[in-house]
Design a protein around this ligand. Structure first.
Ligand SMILES: [Ca+2]
Ligand SMILES: [Ca+2]
Length: 202
């Protein structure tokens, strides 16, 4: 009887301490709340463009606390412009491509099922309703088109299976946001917050 009680107590302890689901089901890549470049998994972050010497096109990254998800912290503000007098993309004259990268340093997300993030466009400047998001493993790159962006925060949740070219989910190298010829508005502002990988909720 006493032995059974001990076992019950140990089982209670084990489940009590090990089973809280919230800590295990979401892996936060970046909540931007430090207000500084660099993500929550130790990777560098930056804006990029297809030609840094062409100042007619650019993507600028800022971390701001006037727009964000939640009551505190910061979000990522991307100000982009893909109009230029030069040609970069076949069949799309005078169109550049640029965006933002976040290094994942070999992040293991093989136990996760979804990439998620919050996004909205800026009502005043205008914004594209669509952009491209890519993941890279050591060998492959795979992208998904994000659509339906409005000027209200929404959560985007993409099954990792949609990134069909990624084969090494235990070793992700980079996440990239790309503004290119699919942008519905060629100059604008997009806000991003809470980039994460999530497990399926049972
Ligand atoms: Ca935030
Ligand atoms: Ca321009």
């Amino acid at each position: 009887m006493f032995k059974n009680l001990i076992i019950c107590f140990l089982v209670f302890l084990a489940f009590g301490f090990l089973s809280p689901v919230s800590s295990a089901t979401i892996l936060v890549v970046d909540d931007f709340d430090s207000g500084l470049p660099g993500n929550n998994v130790g990777g560098e972050t930056a804006a990029w463009s297809c030609n840094p010497e062409d100042s007619e096109q650019f993507c600028k990254m800022e971390l701001i606390d006037t727009e964000r998800v939640g009551d505190a912290g910061f979000c990522l503000k991307l100000t982009y412009d893909i109009t230029t007098s030069r040609d970069y993309i076949t069949d799309f004259p005078q169109t550049a491509y640029n965006g933002y990268w976040s290094l994942l340093n070999g992040l293991d997300v093989s136990d996760y099922e979804y990439l998620s993030f919050r996004v909205k466009g800026d009502k005043n400047t205008g914004h594209t309703t669509t952009f491209w998001i890519e993941l890279k493993d050591p060998v492959n790159t795979s992208g998904v088109q994000i659509t339906g962006i409005t000027d209200e925060w929404q959560k985007i949740k993409i099954s990792q299976e949609k990134f069909t070219n990624i084969h090494d989910w235990a070793n992700l190298i980079e996440l990239m946001i790309i503004f290119n010829q699919i942008a519905t508005v060629k100059e604008g502002v997009v806000y991003i917050d809470n980039i994460a990988f999530e497990q399926r909720v049972f």
